[in-house]
Design a protein around this ligand. Structure first.
Ligand code: F6R
Length: 608
């Protein structure tokens, strides 16, 4: 959701900055811009479209050793050059980039207009620039003007700003939007996450809410809004450069789908406690006595992560016998839920930066609710704010559509349910051992499904031109139906809905005709016969059915069949998800869609 870069150090900053910006393109990719300082003037270039368009118009930009840049995901104002960042105010004295939303921008804009400021864009961000100019006009030095302005802003921000009179300085600040500082001798880089920094620097500081930064080529200073210096820990991170290249795959999404045997293994590695027939987690930080007292679990997240929450809800009730619900973080944060000390909030997020999920945790904390975060991004806001953290260890996910991290979330939830169940004596040692053993078989079975890609490709040939699709699943496979539909709609732009199979006859059945295929998740388990009846209901109305089922299926009358290996009912969603991911991918490729950067989306949704 917008990416920002600030760099100061070597000559040739433009290339360093634009290469870094490319690594943030997944956060927003409708337009981009850059400002540098040359001979006491700020030079700004902006372009609509991908960063390559910006690169093309900055070839003749003069040399500089510093600059700021931005890749945008529009929130306020259309996708135009004028609305792209950086914003430079009335007199080009300062230039700034912003990620977040300024909620009181309408009032501020009105006041500033009355004072004579001329706005060039429709963005909320531009008020920040004019406010700083106004503060300077009132006699404040630039740093004081910056801080006084921040105090007037409501909403969320990560900001980087340059001042034409100080070609050796970048100012920055953070409130509720991510910001990271990379450190190397004689060089500093500010970025919305570590991805652009790690190929060149390994010392990182995670900037906290309320921090204000000033960086020069040789030093950095962090203070709070009261101008009291603060110390932040430097973390050493080693980059895994393989993670951020596509390798031999045409798209990150396909690469990430294929990484799943490894990422699933990473999710359970070191977390199986064979001696005690349970699971173990290093960073849970919640006393076992307190965990035993938990009488309600709320799982929360957004999008794909919320689908994983749905799976967790089924498991925690089934295995650990704890009343559980899955809630959209965006709803939870405003609906005034009745929470007690014995409620456990489990928040799921790939990025660890999703604004609604963060707000849901903040809301729960007000009631002394214990919080667990299951996140992928190391050091992210959610990872740092929860009582107990469990990392997915899935490696960087670059494809905007989540794939591997969905299944990693399922693995962690599975282990967590075993852990809680053993703690509360709701399953025997034998049952736990059986469950843990079965989990270890999953990576091999995922490999088998991935080998079946050609068959899924053949199916996609027949269906890539449809306009609508319905995904059906029951029990543990209902979340798979939801996730399968989301994957198809977001990357292929085919309208798709996920439904609990039996619900179909309460409405969606009206849509069934020969042009709307149904993808049914129907493994040979206790609910197979039920789903089979639903499939027949579709077929008798002329609808085509693609069925994902297990290899032990015998007679069938499905139009298309994708067979997957058998596993337990609890683990089936992990296997069943893989064909839905491949199908969505293959269909989107045939429709000529931009797989890794679908229109209107962004990888990390840091605005509410
Ligand atoms: C879908 C997708 C989104 C995210 C959602 C939450 O493929 O990626 O629906 O799942 O924006 O993001 P995280 O998991 O980063 O909190």
């Amino acid at each position: 959701m917008c990416g920002i870069i600030g760099y100061i150090g070597k000559e040739g900053a433009k290339d360093i900055i634009l290469n870094a910006l490319l690594k943030l393109e997944y956060r927003g990719y409708d337009s981009s811009g850059i400002s540098i300082i040359n001979e006491g003037e700020i030079i700004t270039k902006k372009a609509v479209g991908r960063i390559k368009n910006l690169k093309a118009i900055t070839e003749d930009l003069p040399e500089s050793n510093m600059g700021i840049s931005h890749t945008r995901w529009a929130t306020h104002g259309k996708v135009t050059e004028a609305n792209a960042h950086p914003h430079t105010g009335c007199n080009n004295q300062i230039s700034l980039v912003h990620n977040g939303i300024i909620e009181n921008y309408t009032q501020l804009r009105k006041i500033l207009k009355e004072k004579g400021h001329i706005f060039k864009s429709e963005t909320d961000t531009e008020v920040i620039t004019h406010l700083i100019e106004e503060m300077i006009k009132e006699g404040n030095d630039i740093e004081t003007a910056f801080i006084k302005t921040l105090k007037l802003l409501e909403g969320a921000y990560a900001i980087a700003m340059i001042n034409r009179a100080e070609p050796n300085k970048i100012y920055a600040a953070r409130k509720s939007s991510p910001l990271v500082l990379g450190i190397k001798e004689g060089e500093y880089m500010l970025a919305s996450d570590t991805l652009p920094i790690l190929p060149i620097m390994s010392d990182i500081i995670y900037i906290h809410d309320g921090d204000i930064l000033t960086i020069t080529k040789d030093s950095y200073k962090i203070q709070n809004l009261d101008q009291v210096p603060v110390n932040r820990e430097i973390t050493k991170i080693k980059a895994d450069l393989d993670e951020i290249t596509k390798g031999d795959f045409p798209h990150y999404m396909l690469k990430e789908i294929h990484e799943q045997p490894k990422t699933i293994t990473n999710a359970f590695s070191g977390r199986i406690d064979e001696e005690n027939s349970t699971a173990k987690f290093g960073g849970l930080n919640i006393d076992e006595i307190d965990l035993k007292k938990i009488d309600r679990v709320i799982l929360t997240g957004c999008g794909t992560s919320w689908h994983a929450c749905q799976y967790g809800k089924y498991l925690f009730e089934d295995i650990a016998r704890i009343p559980s619900i899955a809630e959209y973080a965006s709803e939870f944060r405003y609906r005034k839920p009745a929470l007690t000390e014995n409620t456990l909030l489990i928040s799921l997020s790939q990025s660890g930066e999703t604004a609604d999920t963060i707000a849901a945790i903040e809301e729960a904390k007000k009631f002394n609710v214990r919080t667990i975060g299951i996140v992928n991004t190391i050091g992210s806001t959610i990872a740092r704010m929860v009582d107990g953290g469990i990392y997915l260890h899935a490696g960087t996910e670059i494809g905007v559509a989540s794939t591997k991290t969905f299944n990693s979330h399922l693995v962690i939830l599975y282990l967590l349910s075993v852990y809680l169940a053993r703690l509360r004596n709701t399953i025997t040692k034998e049952k736990a051992n059986e469950m843990l053993l079965e989990l270890k078989e999953i990576p091999k079975k995922v490999e088998e499904i991935l080998e079946n890609e050609t068959q899924i490709n053949n199916i996609s040939e027949k269906y890539f031109n449809v306009k609508n699709a319905l995904y059906l699943g029951r029990g543990y496979n209902f979340p798979v139906a939801l996730e399968g539909a989301l994957k198809l709609k977001e990357i292929s732009y085919i309208h798709a809905e996920g439904y609990p199979a039996a619900e179909m006859k309460h409405g969606p059945i009206a849509l069934i005709d020969k042009d709307m295929p149904t993808i049914a998740i129907a493994p040979m388990d206790r609910l197979f016969k039920k789903v089979q009846s639903n499939i027949e209901e579709v077929q008798s109305r002329g609808g085509k059915v693609i069925t994902i089922t297990t290899e032990d299926i015998e007679d069938h009358s499905f139009d298309e069949i994708i067979k997957i290996p058998k596993t337990s009912e609890y683990l089936m969603p992990i296997l069943a998800t893989i064909p839905t991911q491949l199908l969505a991918y293959q269909i989107a490729v045939k429709r000529g869609c931009d797989i890794d950067k679908p229109r209107n989306l962004a990888k990390s949704v840091t605005v509410e």
